[in-house]
Design a protein around this ligand. Structure first.
Ligand SMILES: Nc1ncnc2c1ncn2[C@@H]1O[C@H](COP(=O)(O)OP(=O)(O)O)[C@@H](O)[C@H]1O
Ligand SMILES: [Mg+2]
Length: 343
């Protein structure tokens, strides 16, 4: 075995098998009586250019995969150890008649990455909630023990209420995030005036910003077109952008926050900028991940949950819009959201 002399004479059938395999993106092989008859380009790239006409045992040097394939039964197994180190594959075996098998290797990296993301998310959320809960329990136990100065009692009580509020904020943000995700494939249907939302959100933060000497400017274009949207989600999106601008931008003396909304072709474009310290370049790609913070203490002390930009990102995606975050250290940050004009 192992030479081209073993190829069957049915040239026509082989041609159509080759055309079929070439149409598949996954590494795929047709194996007849343990010999690789045809392999598509991804299979040859993965297992070696010369595998056609070779014994399967030489083409796939993976004992479990071989044992499974040579059994000749229809089925699937998950495995690693073929090609790149650690890459997960699903090997699918399908008998297609006359002792011939179709073998397909489906790359499972993306599925595994998504699963890891989910597991990490549950672990992170639990950790974020456990920290304030541990503080609540500790202070509550001290209060139970009694015999405390009234001043300490009131300090402990206010710590308990602060930590409980933090847990509530985390839970509310988690619920918002999961609501937006659940609606991912549902087109938002309300006619929304983004200018009105921006105006009311700016009024909500103005006092806090001006308290720390920050000038807030709002610029909404006249006759701004409406967008089709989900009102509570868009309010949350804009609130989160403005609260970040205040929370992280209001530091330098003479800091400025600017919010604007204008038509931009088929889009309504919203910009929220601040002249704060900016976000280091190497953090930027991760900033919209859940619970990702540049400065954890600063986020926590100012009431952040680490979920604000994740909510923004998901809300923008649900509205089929785009999000970009530009930042320069020492100069500031500008976040731009574009949402499609209502058609
Ligand atoms: N305008 C900004 N200027 C500087 N850093 C920012 C700004 N917006 C967000 N960040 C950084 O991104 C992190 C994630 O933001 P976000 O998801 O809203 O969470 P948080 O609840 O911490 O505000 C923040 O912790 C902060 O480090
Ligand atoms: Mg935030």
């Amino acid at each position: 075995m192992g030479s081209s002399a073993t190829l069957p004479p049915m040239a026509k059938r082989n041609d159509s098998i080759r055309a079929l395999l070439d149409a598949l993106d996954d590494p795929s092989l047709v194996v007849e009586r343990q010999v690789v008859q045809t392999a598509n380009a991804p299979a040859r790239e993965l297992l070696g250019e010369g595998i056609e006409g070779r014994d399967l045992r030489l083409a796939i040097r993976h004992p479990r995969a071989l044992e499974f394939a040579l059994a000749g039964e229809a089925g699937e197994i998950e495995l690693t150890g073929i090609g790149e180190l650690g890459r997960p594959w699903r090997l699918s075996v399908r008998p297609i008649g006359d002792g011939t098998l179709l073998l397909r290797l489906v790359d499972r990296s993306r599925v595994h990455a998504a699963e890891k993301l989910r597991v990490d998310f549950v672990a992170n959320a639990s950790h974020e909630l456990r920290t304030p809960l541990t503080a609540v329990l500790g202070y509550a136990e001290s209060l139970e023990d009694g015999d405390l100065e009234p001043e300490l009692v009131s300090r402990f009580a206010s710590t308990i209420s602060g930590e409980a509020k933090r847990m509530l904020r985390i839970i509310e943000d988690l619920m918002s995030l999961s609501r937006i995700e659940a609606d991912r494939f549902v087109a938002p249907a309300d006619d929304i005036s983004l200018g009105a939302i921006l105006r009311s959100s700016v009024e909500n933060i103005r006092a806090t910003a001006e308290q720390c000497g920050c000038d807030v400017q709002l610029d909404v274009q006249d006759g701004l077109p409406q967008v089709q949207g989900d009102f509570p989600q868009l309010v949350q999106m804009i609130d989160n952008l403005l609260s970040n601008a205040v929370r992280y931008g209001c530091v330098a003396p003479e800091c400025k926050i600017r919010a604007s909304a204008q038509a931009d072709g088929h889009w309504v474009r919203i910009d929220v900028s601040d002249t704060g310290p900016g976000i280091p370049r190497d953090h930027l790609p991760f900033i919209t991940r859940r619970f990702y913070r540049v400065d954890e203490a600063r986020s926590r002390d100012s009431g952040g949950t680490g979920l604000g930009l994740a909510i923004v990102k998901h809300a923008v995606e649900r509205h089929r819009g785009s999000l970009s975050i530009d930042s320069k250290i020492g100069e500031g940050t500008i976040v731009t959201v574009r949402l499609p004009v209502a058609g």
